[in-house]
Design a protein around this ligand. Sequence first.
Ligand code: OAD
Length: 239
Amino acid sequence: MNEVSDVRDWLRASPRVIALTGAGMSAESGIPTFRGLDGLWRNYNPQDLATPEAFERNPTVVWEWYDWRRGLIAAAEPNPGHYALAQLEATNHVSIISQNVDGLHTRAGSTHVIEIHGSIWRTRCTSCDRTQSNLKPHLTTLPPLCEDCGQLLRPGVVWFGENLPPMAWEASVEAVSTADILLVIGTSGIVYPAAQLVPIAKDAGAKVVEINLEATALSSQVDATLLGPSGQILPKLVQ
Ligand code: OAD
């Protein structure tokens, strides 16, 4: 059985496609994933960098880490996997639910992107809540302060222990509940509630296809797993 060609047939018969993407989606753009041998969480402790408590303890250290990642991401380009998902919009209704904060789906041309873990290119004031877009690879002063009220800005991302933005979560549940097919791409599937979108899609009747270098926590729930780099598999699927 040639699974890539089977999934290509499923896609042709699926008007509504949802892609749930994780860090592996951007790995071929040179952006490190979180887990695995070269993962960020091998060298950095998420409790020191990606929690509200860490930010309260030392906002400068947290900002330095995000500023370093902004530089990495600014220097990266979308890869053929990102472009393939953007290209799929020519034939299917496609929405992307991304756990990635890098903005590469939008840079590749995808138009319906829900960023459930926020965006590294946004800042939010810890006092007046003003949210702003800031696309500079590096911020001028760390930690940055709000232009309106002078208080501390924080990265516009979701940290461990925080709720997802309610509207983004509701839109994601709605999207997977009406999907014909859900592509689960480059995620270890162990961070919730994002991973919960897979059983929600399945229960609502969608076919679920995983694309990953290896089997994951979600593999037992999916209809097919395509093993390999998403930057190679996705272009084959949308040919
Ligand atoms: P992980 O680092 O947990 O998982 C990355 C997944 O991508 C793994 O399953 C890899 O096998 C796979 N992978 C790596 N390279 C790939 C490639 N070229 N093609 C296909 N698959 C590849 O990243 P996430 O699942 O995104 O949250 O992690 C979820 C959340 O945990 C992140 O959003 C972040 C993190 O801590 C927060 O910071 C709140």
